[in-house]
Design a protein around this ligand. Sequence first.
Ligand code: HEC
Length: 187
Amino acid sequence: MRRPAFHKLMAVIAALLGTAVIGLAQEDVFDFIPVGGRTLLENLRAEGMPADLEGGIGSQGGDAEAWRARLEAAGAEAPSLEALDAWQTDTLAYYLAANAPLASGVDLPRDGRDMALALCQSCHIITVVVTQERTREAWLRTMNGPSHVEIATTPAEREALADYLVINAGIPIDQIPPELRAGGASY
Ligand code: HEC
């Protein structure tokens, strides 16, 4: 009498624990993919941006080189900017090159990570994308090729996604969560 009841109880506990673990895993499973320019900018704003730089973001354009120089110059007075790794500064510089000047008070445009998560998982897992180390030209060739040309992006968004991936993809397989490693491609 007691044994079946005990087993049933254990099964219920195991099921509850399993659900909790899966819930946590789903929340965090993409954390290994580096944040993009939108998140970097939001985090910097939350920590307090130098007024000159914020003014520039609202009024100036420029290529990634120009933005990198502005970010580095502003870093002298902003510890949160100085604390960025070189590839994060680059990621933000390319994001600003693609999107600035940015009107204040509107939602920030999606960044490369946002696009990869939203657009690159319906036919194969994200691993196919984020483990590849490629040039910008090679990324654009893939995205403009027959398997990908239908994906809803503007040419400018493809370029912004390519820039993000040049800097942030090429993630070694041992940094990919196990559940995203095998059997991912369904094509
Ligand atoms: C509509 C389905 C579909 C979507 C959505 C999709 N892919 Fe693919 N992808 C494929 C197919 C099919 C292949 C294998 C055939 C090929 O390589 O073209 C592939 C293969 C790949 C490869 C490896 C082969 C190669 O071309 O080098 C990469 C990298 C890739 N996709 C990147 C992306 C990125 C980046 C996105 C999001 C912008 C994306 N995919 C979204 C269908 C898709």
